[in-house]
Ligand binder design. Structure first.
Ligand code: GRF
Length: 210
């Protein structure tokens, strides 16, 4: 059974999607074992409490350096014998010592079709503001492995979502969450825990069910 840690910063709707999928028995071979928040006010911590999942806060601000932050995160992950880290609305940048130790074992959900609208500064509503400003007809979400480049790791899966006439950043964000993020993330986590994600030459292959 793979032990999963979910890193959060905000409302935790992606965490809730993982909790709901687990409760429906849709995360084969994995268990939500720990929630790590970047700040104590994250509503996602309430969701962890309501579902009996242990949680703690490791905040970058509380650390004297990036190195101390990285060491704290690694200690937490090793203590809990975590196999997979999932970034679910997580806003801190992970130190390289963490992304290298957990190479191809950290999954992130990004609310756009990478390589569009991604990288530094593209998070939360900013992503949807940029998509509307560009006038794209299709946007969506991407679930990918995390490496040292922001939103630059191997892509696991993507799902397209149409932009509708009159969309605001808020209405578009909601549709991308409902129709893409909250589906893609649990699916990718389950595939990982089933051992069905293979990475070679920066590309991800989804292996058939054995
Ligand atoms: C959302 O914009 C989501 O697309 C991105 O982080 C934001 C908050 O997510 N991944 P959550 O509700 O905290 O999961």
């Amino acid at each position: 059974m793979k032990q999963i840690a979910v890193f959060v910063s905000g409302g935790g709707t992606n965490l809730q999607a993982l909790i709901d999928a687990q409760n429906r028995g849709e995360i084969s071979g994995g268990r939500l074992a720990l929630i790590v928040a970047s700040n104590p006010n994250a509503y996602a911590l309430k969701r962890a409490e309501q579902n009996g999942i242990p949680s703690l806060v490791v905040s970058r601000k509380g650390c004297a350096s990036l190195e101390e932050f990285g060491k704290k995160l690694l200690a937490v992950l090793e203590d809990a014998r975590i196999d997979l880290v999932v970034l679910a609305g997580y806003l801190s940048i992970l130190p390289e010592m963490v992304t290298s130790r957990y190479a191809n074992r950290i999954i992130n959900i990004h609310p756009a079709l990478i390589p569009s609208f991604c990288g530094d500064g593209y998070y939360g509503l900013h992503v949807h503001e940029a998509a509307l400003a560009r006038g794209v007809k299709l946007t969506g979400a991407t679930v990918h492995f995390v490496n040292e480049i922001t939103d630059g790791g191997p892509i696991i899966a993507q799902r397209a979502v149409p932009v509708q006439e009159g969309d605001t950043p808020e209405t578009l964000q909601r549709r991308v969450m409902e129709e893409a993020e909250w589906k893609l993330l649990p699916e990718a986590v389950s595939l990982f825990c089933e051992g069905r994600l293979r990475v070679s030459d920066g590309k991800v292959t989804i292996l058939p069910k054995p």
